[in-house]
Design a protein around this ligand. Structure first.
Ligand code: NAD
Length: 463
């Protein structure tokens, strides 16, 4: 064992012995009765974690990667069944990506400036206890991803799991906490409450020991966090447009769009939510998409019926969010083919509510436009300044460049399925917290750290 690890272990054992309330029988672990108890326990844990070397953080993350792995199929199954949204197979892929591809301590790169005046180091330091809000759409994926990123940066975490995913989230948090304890001897580096509720989330947001809020969810909860007066990393809603021009490789584009828009029944915030296609290639694209098991609904009254059931009062019908194409067809009173489709397609006008509303359903509205310029104009309306995600299929580099510059999204995927933007089937790391209104983009450990400047005068410029 390395000296620093040994030192950390001894310090941990001594603190456990010297802390009067440390007997496991006398105190709660991970899951607390009240927000205040949970945050206070996480704060105590943070103070001890702060004294630990970086090796301790790395050891925790390695242990999480190894020991959570056998639990992923169970987490995927329970995530889908408890929320009633999405599907087990895709949730397993998302959980795997979160566990294997979220960066650890290596993400905290140090930079230095040296010169005649001396040396300056810029280092990433922890904030303290982070209040992390998780959505129902990626419940366990977000907890795994946030735990790795936030602990790698040296923080403790209070989770506000979605009440609709309470059971699986609490079990996961308890499991993560136990793995952390077994690898470093510190209790309560991740915590939550027995009854996650809106009221508990509100109480957490204004707790004086919460140093930073990381909110992954819809517009209401992000707006609520913004009012707390604390620093907020806000990962809000999106409505990703997917633009296809006449230069695109249509077979690959069709395959990628069906794969991205049907992934976990379109629950991911990054999934293609509206397809905008230049009219000269629209028929061929739609034909190809049907070859990849999308179902084009052609009858006007059927499209109207789908719009009626999928949207209610201008919002997505919660009962149909994350449901399968077969369930959506059934809800609209439409028959489903013997081989259930992966994705439903409806041709609509650019201002149709199905285009402008974030539905989170495997029902992709398709809009024909006369050319690329008209397509980009519509894509900007669909994205609506959310700074989230956009996808484009084209072989024209100038157009790809122009769209990337104009759309200003946190993620811009070119010639691939949307999920390539979070490191699934594409280069780069994985995140399930894409900070949109607050601008941090695809988050990783360094996002959850303060950048500090450490100055030494008149020395250590050795050039
Ligand atoms: P949601 O807003 O309903 O819930 C998010 C969390 O906020 C939950 O924990 C919920 O309990 C809590 N919450 C919601 N309203 C609250 C209130 N008034 N007071 C206190 N707590 C409240 O989101 P959802 O339906 O679970 O997730 C879907 C939304 O999240 C979509 O809009 C999606 O685009 C977005 N999302 C964004 C990202 C991202 O990284 N940007 C990732 C996943 C989901």
């Amino acid at each position: 064992m390395h000296t620093t690890e040994l030192e950390s272990l001894i310090r941990t054992i001594l603190t456990e012995k010297l802390t009067p309330d440390s007997a496991p029988t006398q105190r709660a672990i991970a899951i607390f009765d009240s927000v205040d108890e949970a945050v206070s326990a996480a704060h105590q844990a943070f103070l001890r974690f702060q004294q630990s070397p970086l090796k301790t953080r790395s050891a925790i993350i390695s242990a999480l990667r190894e020991q959570l792995k056998p639990h992923l199929p169970m987490l995927a199954e329970r995530g889908a069944s408890e929320t009633g949204m999405g599907n087990c197979a895709d949730k397993l892929l998302k959980n795997q990506a979160a566990l294997e591809n979220t960066p650890g301590v290596e993400d905290l790169t140090t930079t230095a400036i040296t010169g005649d005046g001396g040396m300056v180091l810029f280092e990433f330091s922890p904030f303290g206890v982070i209040g992390a809000v998780a959505p129902s759409t990626n419940p366990t994926e977000t907890i795994i991803n946030n735990s790795i990123s936030m602990l790698a940066a040296g923080n403790a975490v209070y989770f506000s799991p979605h009440p609709g995913a309470k059971s699986v989230s609490l079990d996961l948090i308890a499991l993560v906490e136990e793995i952390i304890f077994n690898s470093c001897g510190i209790r309560n580096l991740v915590v939550t409450v027995k009854e996650p509720s809106f009221a508990a989330t509100q109480e957490m947001m204004v707790h004086d020991k919460i140093a930073l809020l990381a909110i992954t969810g819809g517009p209401a909860i992000v707006a609520m966090g913004m009012k707390s007066g604390k620093k907020v990393i806000g990962a809000g809603a999106g409505n990703p447009p997917c633009l296809v021009d006449e230069t695109a490789e249509l077979v690959k584009a069709a395959q990628d769009i069906v794969a991205g828009a049907s992934f976990d029944y379109n629950l991911p915030c990054i999934a293609e939510k509206a397809l905008i296609v230049v009219e000269s290639v629209a028929d061929r694209l739609l034909q190809q998409m049907q070859a990849f098991d999308a179902l084009l609904i052609t009858q006007r009254q059927d499209v109207d019926r789908l719009r009626q059931v999928c949207l209610q009062d201008g919002h997505a019908n919660k009962d149909l969010v994350g449901k399968s194409p077969a369930e959506i067809l059934a809800a609209a009173g439409l028959s489903c083919p013997a081989k259930p489709p992966r994705l439903l397609l409806v041709e609509v006008a650019g201002d149709d509510p199905l285009v402008t509303t974030e539905q989170l359903m495997p029902l992709l509205p398709v809009v024909r436009v006369k050319d690329f310029d008209a397509g980009l104009t519509l894509a900007l309306c669909v994205e609506d300044g959310l700074h989230h995600t956009a996808v484009m299929h084209s072989q024209n580099v100038s157009r790809l460049n122009l769209a990337a510059r104009r759309l200003q999204t946190s993620i811009f995927v070119k010639n691939g399925p949307s999920y390539a933007g979070i490191g699934v089937g594409g280069e780069g790391f994985t995140t399930f917290t894409i900070a949109t209104p607050t601008g941090e983009g695809t988050t990783s450990a360094r996002t959850f750290a303060r950048q500090r400047r450490c100055v030494l005068t008149n020395a250590f410029s050795i050039r």
